[in-house]
Design a protein around this ligand. Structure first.
Ligand SMILES: [Zn+2]
Ligand SMILES: [Zn+2]
Length: 196
């Protein structure tokens, strides 16, 4: 078995068991404990597992496996990572929303409690800081998420270029915050925003 394969198996094991002894892994895969230590090194570096005395333990819930974290905190839609808008709160808490529409509404609810907000460039899928982003509303292209639709761009000229082709309005963060609220006709019927 290749080291990569072993590493994947260890990852799966630790996800289901949460704690495993090095000796047990060594026995299971029929390799030395030294080899197991080498296998888990990248997992430790990635922050997936923590070394304990004689074993490893799962470091934290990985965001994509945490229960419910795939649903928008605002409208409970399934989250598409490329559209998601994440809010960083104190104590490493993270709230994810399905798109910038819900992100802005939730951001407004949270106010100063949100330490940081992260979204993605619509064209390049790069991560951008929401307060620095450019927001396009009322574009003709339908991404199939919440209405009124809000798209995010890292660069103003990209947002403006997009608007030339697909219509809409380029807004700054504060303008978008205000406008999404004014234009709020609610995207889903079962929308029940969590209380802060
Ligand atoms: Zn949502
Ligand atoms: Zn949405």
């Amino acid at each position: 078995m290749l080291a990569n394969e072993r590493r994947e198996r260890i990852k799966n094991l630790i996800r289901s068991r949460h704690n495993i002894k090095i000796s047990e892994l060594s026995e299971l895969f029929g390799v030395s404990e030294m080899t197991i230590h080498r296998d888990i090194k990248p997992l430790v570096e990635e922050g997936i597992v923590i070394k304990t005395f004689g074993g490893i333990t799962i470091a934290r819930k990985e965001p994509e496996h945490a229960p419910g974290s795939n649903d928008c905190v605002f409208c409970h839609r399934k989250i598409d990572r490329r559209l998601s808008y994440r809010l960083i709160l104190p104590e490493n808490k993270v709230e994810a929303t399905c798109c910038a529409h819900c992100g802005l509404l939730r951001h407004q609810q949270l106010g100063d409690k949100a330490i940081q907000a992260i979204c993605h460039d619509f064209l390049f899928h790069t991560t951008i800081s929401a307060p620095m982003a450019y927001f396009v509303m009322d574009a003709l292209l339908d991404i199939g998420c919440c209405q009124p639709q809000v798209l995010t761009f890292g660069k103003k000229e990209h947002a403006e270029g997009f608007v030339k082709g697909f219509g809409g309005l380029v807004l700054s963060f504060s303008e978008a915050l205000e406008r999404v609220h004014v234009k709020m006709e609610c995207c889903g019927t079962d929308k029940s925003p969590p209380t802060v």
